[in-house]
Design a protein around this ligand. Structure first.
Ligand code: PEP
Ligand code: MN
Length: 348
């Protein structure tokens, strides 16, 4: 439930609404807006009697939130959420943000080399898995903390922000010490203890859609993170399972405008996992930008045939550069742009 205050409501009116909500046994979250403040009522799992709130001074109206998810909904917050990173990158604004890098962190110098190239081509966020959720227990599982250290080194050298996956609740603290964004992988989208843990970790979260998740389940997973007090959530459409075998997953492009209308959270697309095929990544990346994605996550490897994971879907660096020039034109055609590249030299 949302208590919308009149535009001239005083601070003490807002405070009284908060007090009454708490007195009713719920939690209250004031949401300041451009025109007026609203106070969100949280902690209820069903209907709440609005009577006590309706008559309070300064209250304009009380709106029940009709979706199962609340804090992630547009009803709750009309304005788009902007997720700001320490390197100045903002996800969710009019500029598109590109996260790129290898599927797995494989070594220090190769990571730093590719980070420099990707940055030159306009990526502002470096991706790379140090803890890998592999379908087979016999596949490469990642370098662990060593990989996190390499990512931190690459950030120091390039100024790029770093996104990397946290696999389990016990590992969140460690990943949060190194990463700028904590990634929750598709396989973990409904790992509720993990979602709660990243909700408390004090870092932005990139939440990937589960391979069989409906949009409602996806948004409810995000709600777990916001419910812990972390509003900095970036959603990621990365393809869902389908009956068809022509691509690894079925990249659900319609999810982008659908999520945009239901939620204020930014949503990016991952055409690498969404297609699983190098030759399909660029066309679907272009399409995702046209569909309104706030950015892309792209796997790029210096030598894809020798990659330790996901080589078949990894772009060569030159292809990534080509994709960047193409998506810039598409972004501009819909009144957006690519985020400005990071400044070339980070002097140390
Ligand atoms: C990844 O980003 O490398 C990854 C494992 O993605 P997903 O969780 O979408 O499969
Ligand atoms: Mn991968």
């Amino acid at each position: 439930m949302l208590v919308v205050m009149k535009h001239n409501a005083a601070d003490e009116h807002v405070a009284e609404v908060v007090r009454v909500i708490k007195d009713m046994g719920y939690d209250a979250r004031p949401i300041p807006g451009g025109q007026r403040t609203a106070v969100g009522l949280i902690g209820n799992d069903g209907r709440v009697d609005a009577g006590r709130l309706q008559g309070l001074e300064g209250v304009r109206e009380v709106i029940p939130v009709t979706q199962a998810y609340k804090q992630v909904s547009r009803e709750w917050k009309e304005d788009d959420t902007l997720v700001s990173l320490p390197n100045g990158t903002v996800v969710g604004g009019s500029d598109l943000v590109v996260m790129a890098g290898p599927c797995s962190v494989e070594g220090e110098s190769v990571l730093i080399d590719i980070a420099h190239q990707l940055k030159e081509m306009g990526a502002t966020i470096l991706r790379g898995g140090a803890f890998k959720p592999r379908s087979s227990p016999y596949s490469f599982q990642g370098l662990g903390e060593e990989g996190l250290r390499y990512l931190a080194r690459a950030r120091e050298e390039t100024g790029m922000a770093v996104v990397t996956e946290a696999l389990d609740p016990a590992g969140v603290q460690l990943v949060a010490e190194y990463a700028d964004i904590l990634q929750i992988g598709a396989r973990n989208m409904q790992n509720y203890p993990l979602l709660r843990e990243v909700g408390r970790a004090g870092k932005p979260v990139l939440l990937k859609r589960g391979m069989s998740a409906t949009i409602e389940e996806f948004l409810l997973a995000a709600e777990y993170i916001l419910a812990e007090g972390n509003d900095d959530v970036i959603l990621c459409e990365r393809g869902v399972r389908s009956f068809a075998k022509h691509t690894r997953n079925l990249l659900d492009l319609a999810a982008i405008p659908v999520v945009k209308s239901l939620s204020h959270l930014p949503i990016i697309a991952d055409p690498s996992h969404g297609t699983g095929l190098r030759s399909k990544v660029i066309p679907m990346g272009r399409a995702a930008v046209a569909a309104g994605a706030d950015g892309l996550m792209i796997e790029v490897h210096h030598d894809p045939p020798r990659a330790l994971s996901d080589g078949a879907q990894s772009l060569y660096p030159e292809q990534f550069g080509e994709m960047m020039s193409q998506i810039r034109v598409i972004a501009q055609a819909i009144g957006r742009d690519l985020a400005a590249p990071l400044r070339p030299a980070v002097t140390r």
